[in-house]
Write a protein that binds this ligand. Structure first.
Ligand code: ADP
Length: 358
């Protein structure tokens, strides 16, 4: 554990290991350049890929538009990429928007009524759309029709508006949050899982080739192991390691260079960063491994409750390092082992291992 982890408050976008899209224009440009362009290039997610391939082939054979598709999965797993691939495979244009951008039913009506025939409408974070917009979407998805309400109060009238057939691709991080009537209107639902280390290695080799970066197999494996099952993070770490390799070495990414670079960026052998380790360290060192309440833990690390709960904990829980119990947060035996600490009452000296070595 670093000694300099003074609480500073962490904004999610600041983290190298955050799975959300980067805000910088450069981030977005590189991300776009690294997106696989068709299903054959898309790595992993075999089931979703195979099923989607059938859906799209069948639609093409019928000469119609593809069924509406719902993609669920954590950020950075390739939902936007797949929606673009759907458009490409159907030879259709694509329009991209998101639930939070659609505050009023009128916003949605404006988008829907300007779609071209067969166009793919990608609606990210579909679970965050407003209720009236959601209800308008039901009818649009089913009948390719919306009722636009003109006027207010008793004099308001609904004017029916025919829409061209289109394919809605909805993306959500939590399919369970979608109201059943919305979920039921999708012809196909694909659940995206976290990627295996081997799949991430393939992502890294592919991206390295596109970025013209030399990476050997062990270097790719080292980055993959720290990428939290997420291609977006793998690509981001690759770029930072490339910088290091270029400035501090001969440009080739080996296991050693990747390890040294990611130590500089504070991403340890399991992909935990400073914030994750601060939470775990407080839990183990200050509270003996818990159980401790979320609020207390947050104060101890100098972060907002929400940051600890929504930014740090999901990955720690997924990795089996932290458990959320009715009595509070608990550090698991794997957490003690990862930080090189010995649980109270188990004797022995706390051997401080090197977290940055695999
Ligand atoms: P999401 O919409 O789920 O947040 P994106 O589709 O924007 O994720 O993907 C994030 C980045 O990860 C993209 O730059 C893309 O290049 C890369 N990526 C995602 N999935 C894959 C994949 N299966 N193969 C290769 N690269 C991928």
């Amino acid at each position: 554990m670093n000694r300099d982890d003074t609480p500073t408050g962490t904004a999610p976008g600041e983290r190298l290991v955050d799975a959300g899209p980067g805000g910088e224009a450069e981030d977005q440009a590189i991300e776009a350049a690294l997106r696989p362009k068709d299903l054959a290039e898309f790595i992993g997610q075999e089931r979703v890929r195979e099923q989607l391939d059938l859906v799209l082939k069948a639609a093409r054979q019928r000469g119609g538009t593809a069924d509406h598709v719902l993609l669920s999965g954590a950020p950075g797993l390739g939902k936007t990429t797949l929606s673009m691939i759907i458009a490409t495979e159907m030879g259709a244009p694509i329009r991209i928007t998101s639930g939070p951008a659609i505050q009023h039913a009128g916003d949605l009506a404006a988008i829907l009524s300007s779609l071209a025939e067969g166009e793919v409408l990608f609606l990210d974070e579909i679970h965050r759309m407003s209720r009236p917009a959601e209800e308008m979407l039901y009818m649009a998805m089913e009948d390719f029709r919306v009722d636009v309400v003109v006027g207010k109060g008793p004099g308001a009238t609904a004017i029916p508006l025919e829409l061209p057939p289109f394919t809605l691709v909805g993306a959500t991080t939590r399919a369970g949050l979608l109201p059943p009537p919305l979920r039921d209107r999708f012809g196909f639902t694909g659940h995206m899982d976290f990627y295996s280390p081997a799949e991430l290695e393939r992502v890294i080799h592919r991206s390295a080739a596109l970025l013209d970066v030399a990476v050997d197999p062990e270097g790719a494996a080292e980055i993959a192991g720290r990428s939290r099952g997420t291609p977006r993070i793998a690509n981001r770490l690759l770029r930072r390691v490339r910088d290091y390799a270029q400035v501090k070495a001969d440009g080739v990414i080996t296991r050693e260079i990747a390890g040294r670079a990611l130590r500089v960026y504070d991403v340890d052998a399991r992909g935990l960063d400073r914030l994750d380790r601060a939470v775990l360290t407080a839990l183990l060192k200050l509270f003996g491994g818990g159980p401790v309440g979320l609020g207390t833990l947050a104060v101890a690390v100098g972060e907002e409750r929400e940051t600890v709960e929504e930014v740090a904990e999901p990955f720690l829980v997924r990795e089996g390092l932290l458990a959320r119990t009715p009595r509070g947060r608990v550090g698991t035996p794997a957490a003690w082992a990862h930080l090189g600490l010995v649980p109270p009452g188990q004797g022995g000296a706390a051997g401080q291992g090197d977290l940055f070595e695999g």
